[in-house]
Design a binder for this molecule. Structure first.
Ligand SMILES: C[S@@+](CC[C@H](N)C(=O)[O-])C[C@H]1O[C@@H](n2cnc3c(N)ncnc32)[C@H](O)[C@@H]1O
Length: 455
């Protein structure tokens, strides 16, 4: 198989305009996934930014190729420790610096050989062709072929010998989770991170009806859960604006505000707007604030599809001075996002311990400002999608000692009756929560939320 060799077109004698050669199915997806993996691991770019970049490797892919490219990239990131360990068994020294995309080519091929249901020969031959087509990687074409062939031969023995939790989890994150939740739970969190997550949906109404339409189940919290496949836009009810994609744990903080119909509610740090949509659908008069005008455009786009109305404000919450005080405030503060590694495995590579400390400072300043914007007696929900107590529990312990706030404990009745996610009066969900018989329907993003009343 050649990367750039189109099949000869028979019987076409006229001088046709030059066309881009058509590549075999799956080749473009593998090339895009390789480029994206390099962008994440070498240039430290977030996957979402790479996926959305109009000049990026994913933009021009058709939906099928894009689906495959996403799956390749996701597997290569989720299982990266195992992949590098397996490849290392056949390499006597690290991949040289001047070998272009060689490391990413090997990673993407190994992800397929070790973990995906695709023919080995397709994985190996596309990798060899990709190496050949790059000026620097070309010198390692023979090595690529030899290493990957040996990997196909020894796959089962290697997988049986690996500790997936140990290999795929950065040490500093594992140590923090073991300290906060115990070693057994930290292992369960890490085990949840290698699984492909479910698709969770929040509906405006009629969860049972939509679960049936979508082929999903209704969770005790009211979210619908299904095994993701195919483009989301093609699912029933999407175009009509009946529902939006939102992890089941991410749907809980807005509910902690209780009935909000007719109340003035500020949604601080609102984009892309999952929680804004919940508040608007519940009848609140919502002001959605975000520092990023570009991300606020996404909020407006999402709410238009959902036929919901809110006021949007592009502002840094720290400097925002509205004319009114609010009855209720939701502060979904920017955070390390370590609770979303299941859905965004790049987070494990992009975040560093120093980021947590810097974010914790910002979160406390935002919490202080949110308290100022609230009426006396009003309710404030603070939340983060982080597993790190410094971004959750520790912030509230500090706030209770210094800001005019009292804790209104979260009870199981607030969160679908699930006792295990109410810890010390806080909402604390973990990726290992909500186990189901079908692993692809298990888990929750790691969220923290506290409900506070202004004194
Ligand atoms: C965790 S995301 C919010 C997710 C959103 N609440 C939802 O449910 O879809 C954090 C958001 O905070 C915004 N942000 C970060 N710093 C901010 C600040 N100082 N003021 C306002 N927004 C900020 C970011 O642009 C980002 O959109």
């Amino acid at each position: 198989m050649g990367l750039n060799r189109p099949a000869p077109r028979k019987g076409n004698k006229s001088a046709a305009p030059a066309r881009k050669p058509k590549l075999a199915a799956g080749v473009e997806a593998r090339m895009a996934a390789t480029a994206a993996l390099q962008a994440v691991l070498v240039d430290h770019r977030a996957t979402e930014a790479v996926l959305e970049a109009t000049d990026g490797p994913f933009y021009k892919l058709d939906p099928r190729e894009r689906g495959l490219a996403r799956a390749l990239l996701g597997t290569a990131l989720r299982r990266h420790g195992q992949i590098r360990d397996a490849l290392g068994r056949f390499l006597d020294k690290p991949v040289p610096k001047k070998s272009g995309p060689l490391a990413a080519i090997l990673d993407i091929a190994a992800a397929q050989i070790l973990f995906m249901d695709v023919p080995d020969h397709a994985a190996v031959s596309v990798a060899v062709d990709s190496a050949e087509s790059d000026r620097d990687a070309r010198h390692f074409k023979g090595l690529t072929n030899a290493v990957l062939r040996r990997l196909t031969e020894q796959r089962d023995a290697i997988l049986a010998d690996q500790d997936e939790i140990d290999l795929n989890t950065p040490d500093w994150l594992f140590r923090g989770w073991a300290k906060a939740y115990g070693t057994e739970t930290a292992r369960a969190i890490a085990a949840a991170h290698v699984l492909e997550p479910s698709l969770d949906i929040t509906v405006k109404s009629r969860p049972d009806y939509w679960a049936e339409q979508l082929g999903g189940i209704v969770l005790p919290t009211g979210s619908i859960r299904l095994i993701a496949h195919g483009p989301i836009e093609a699912l029933p009810g999407f175009a009509e604006g009946e529902w939006w994609v939102q992890d089941a744990a991410a749907a809980l903080p807005a509910r902690l505000l209780g009935p909000v119909e007719g109340k003035l509610v500020a949604d601080l740090c609102a984009a892309p707007g999952g929680k804004t949509a919940q508040l608007a659908a519940a009848g609140a008069i919502v002001t959605a604030v975000d520092i990023s005008e570009m991300r606020l455009a996404r909020v407006r786009e999402n709410l238009e599809r959902l036929h919901l109305k809110v006021e949007t404000v592009a502002a840094d919450v720290e400097n925002w001075t509205p004319d009114v005080l609010f009855d209720a405030i939701l502060l979904d503060a920017p955070c390390s996002a370590t609770g979303t590694i299941r859905r965004h495995p790049d987070v494990a590579f992009l975040k560093r311990p120093a980021d947590i400390a810097a974010l914790a400072d910002l979160q406390f300043r935002l919490l202080t400002k949110a308290t100022e914007l609230l009426k006396r007696g009003g309710t404030l929900v603070y939340c983060t999608c982080s597993l790190e107590p410094a971004e959750g529990e520790a912030q509230i312990h500090r706030a209770l000692g210094t800001l005019p706030l009292a804790l209104e404990p979260v009870a199981p009745a607030d969160v679908g009756g699930i006792d295990s996610i109410c810890r010390d009066g806080f909402l604390r969900t973990l990726p290992s929560d909500l186990p189901q018989e079908e692993p692809r329907l298990s888990g929750l993003d790691g969220f923290f939320a506290a409900r506070l009343r202004k004194l």
